[in-house]
Ligand binder design. Sequence first.
Ligand code: FES
Length: 143
Amino acid sequence: MSYNLGDYSEEVIEHYTNPRNVGEIPDADGEGNVGNPACGDVMKLTIKIENGRIVDAKFKTFGCGAAIATSSMVTELIKNKTIEEALEVSNKTVAEALGGLPAIKMHCSVLAEDALKAAIEDYRKKSGSGGENPPSRSTPKES
Ligand code: FES
């Protein structure tokens, strides 16, 4: 199968060439580490949350160009969103924001969605909350 650079939108190429928010937040509130079983590519997403809102997001992705571009775009899309709003961001949302991806590369955008969900889940576990509310002290514990 052959495909070339012309199969990618300008936005994909732009985010691949100049990825936003590369790195890792040292005192992150949530961290998502995910891998794509199909190709072995991996992504780490760290998020900072204040008052139920994502105030910062950074990524490190060891992967293909589409994975880098979707990682970059997801960090841009979730900044300043509430947890609930961020959970609405799917791999399709990210791909659409990039002007689309070739069908053969759509699976790469799943990495971004999975990392986002994992980072939010990690935040919820650490904070002991449902995310939208302050941590509850009356959460029943199972013994
Ligand atoms: Fe692995 Fe794109 S080929 S995420």
